[in-house]
Design a protein around this ligand. Structure first.
Ligand SMILES: Nc1ncnc2c1ncn2[C@@H]1O[C@H](COP(=O)(O)OP(=O)(O)OP(=O)(O)O)[C@@H](O)[C@H]1O
Length: 476
């Protein structure tokens, strides 16, 4: 007796289940239903285009083998794709893949599916239903262009941001990648773009999401079997702002999902805005294909603001908070906190809090007193210069010698400990540490750190030295 499509698919599922992890089976195969069997062609229904792409990319080999096992060498598979479940039209739209009549065997052999097919099918079907979404963009309304002070440090990134805000998806800055060090205004600028788009084009669907939150949502959606909703949601956006994409490092599955979402948005002319602590070329732990996408548009960096810009930032904040500070105090703060805008603002807030508590006028003296304490608690104190000074004082060796080429034992020891502590107590890269300690390369730093770690493990006296210095570092 001829088998029904349900029986054939049930047998296929048995084989598939034995060959992949249970969670993957639940996520990608349980939502599939068998629709029909015509001769040797089995048609299955998948819940979205994204689902179809994912199966084609990750399970094509397994599917091909399984179908052949059930239907013989000329067995084929066709997909029926439910394109828009949220449509109000009563029944879901569906479309068949492949649509060119070549049969799924041809389809299964050619992966990934050609871009032209994606494009034609996606736009007309997916967007109309999902456009009805009302999405909270998750933006902080204080992060506007108006509040973002322009300086040499951010001119390119800021004007690119403006261009993107005026024409989301319509410039070559797609994606726009804003990168730079801690607290230099990446989130503020990225959100300013989102706020400006929502102000001038309220109908646009904009979403801000940190990379960390996106990763968590992905894990949750796998757990709850809502992966389809998760992907559909992001694919329906006009603008996605993803903060801190360096946090994708090592998370391959989430990168995979984002790769698909990214492709979909980009092909549909939607805007992607990314922030990162490093330039795309320096991002470690990200898949090459994702990195190459990140390099497509424009990468613009944010540098440390110069004194003039720092003063302007402080004045703007004071103005916004309705506070007046003497000019010399503002200049003093801006002069002394010079590598992180968040810390700059933090110093001012502490200054004001102290003044309010002590009911004192904020003059230069108070600013100096207070700033002394504030600087101690910031990363400024733990600079490579400071580590070098501390280590050299401890071992009573001349400070400049650690940067020289000398191989004297006590100097080498001070140099290696300085490198080791710079690696663990500063955010400097191995390359920067090497360059700072006498123009050495990163492999010298790796070797130094390894040597120090080994000695800590084997030499009690040495371990005590390092701990002593670390204690001083923390107390200073
Ligand atoms: N050019 C600027 N003009 C006005 N305010 C700024 C500017 N740059 C940074 N800020 C302010 O500095 C603070 C830190 O900025 P933001 O959080 O955007 O930095 P970030 O680079 O995203 O930091 P992180 O590396 O921690 O993610 C915010 O309060 C922001 O408003």
């Amino acid at each position: 007796m001829e088998k029904t499509c349900t029986e054939v698919w049930k047998n296929c599922l048995q084989i598939i289940k034995d060959n992949i992890p249970n969670q993957s089976f639940k996520t990608w195969f349980e939502p599939i239903t068998a629709l029909k069997l015509e001769g040797k062609v089995l048609t299955i229904q998948v819940p979205s285009l994204f689902f179809y792409e994912w199966l084609e990319e990750h399970y094509v080999g397994l599917l091909r083998k399984t179908v052949k096992k059930q239907l013989g060498e000329d067995g084929r598979l066709e997909y029926n794709i439910v394109v828009d479940k949220s449509s109000n039209s009563g029944s879901p739209y569906t479309t068949n893949m492949p649509s060119n009549g070549n049969g799924a065997e041809a389809k299964m052999q050619s992966m990934p599916i050609p871009v032209s097919i994606n494009k034609d099918i996606r736009n007309p079907f997916i967007i109309p239903g999902l456009k009805k979404l009302n999405v909270d963009p998750q933006l902080n309304s204080n992060y506007t262009f108006e509040n973002y002070i322009e300086g040499d440090c951010n001119r390119l990134a800021r004007s690119a941001g403006y261009a993107v805000a005026a024409k989301p998806g319509g410039t070559s800055f797609n994606p726009l990648m804003i990168y730079g060090g801690v607290g230099l205004g990446k989130t503020h600028l990225a959100q300013a773009i989102g706020n400006e788009i929502k102000r001038s084009m309220p109908d646009k669907l904009v979403i801000y999401v940190s990379c960390e939150k996106f990763c968590q949502q992905f894990v949750d959606s796998l757990k709850n079997n809502t992966i389809n909703d998760f992907v559909n949601f992001y694919q329906a956006m006009d603008v996605i702002i993803m903060d801190d994409v360096h946090n994708f490092a090592g998370k391959e599955k989430t990168q995979d999902i984002f790769f698909h979402i990214f492709n979909h948005l980009h092909q549909s002319g939607k805007q992607v805005i990314l922030t990162s602590d490093k330039a795309p070329k320096d991002l470690a732990g990200l898949e090459e294909r994702l990195l190459s996408r990140f390099k497509w548009g424009l990468s613009a960096d944010l540098q440390i603001p110069d004194l003039e810009t720092r003063i302007a930032i402080l004045r703007k904040k004071m103005y916004a908070d309705g506070i007046e500070l003497p000019g010399e105090v503002v200049e003093y703060v801006a002069h002394n906190i010079d590598n992180n805008v968040r810390e700059l603002e933090g110093a001012m807030v502490s200054l004001l809090a102290q003044a309010t508590l002590n009911k004192k006028e904020i003059d230069l003296n108070l600013a100096k007193q207070m700033l002394k304490n504030f600087i101690k608690n910031t990363s400024k104190e733990i600079s490579m210069e400071y580590i070098q000074k501390l280590v050299c004082e401890y071992f009573e060796v001349p400070v400049d010698m650690v940067k020289s080429q000398t191989r004297k034992r006590e100097i080498v020891q001070a140099r290696q400990i300085s490198m080791y502590l710079s690696k663990s107590h500063t955010k400097s890269s191995l390359k920067t540490i090497g360059a700072f300690f006498g123009g050495r390369d990163h492999s010298t730093v790796i070797y130094a750190c390894q040597t120090v770690e080994d000695l800590i493990d084997t030499d009690k006296k040495f371990k005590a030295y390092v701990h002593d210095i670390q204690k001083k570092l923390k107390m200073s």
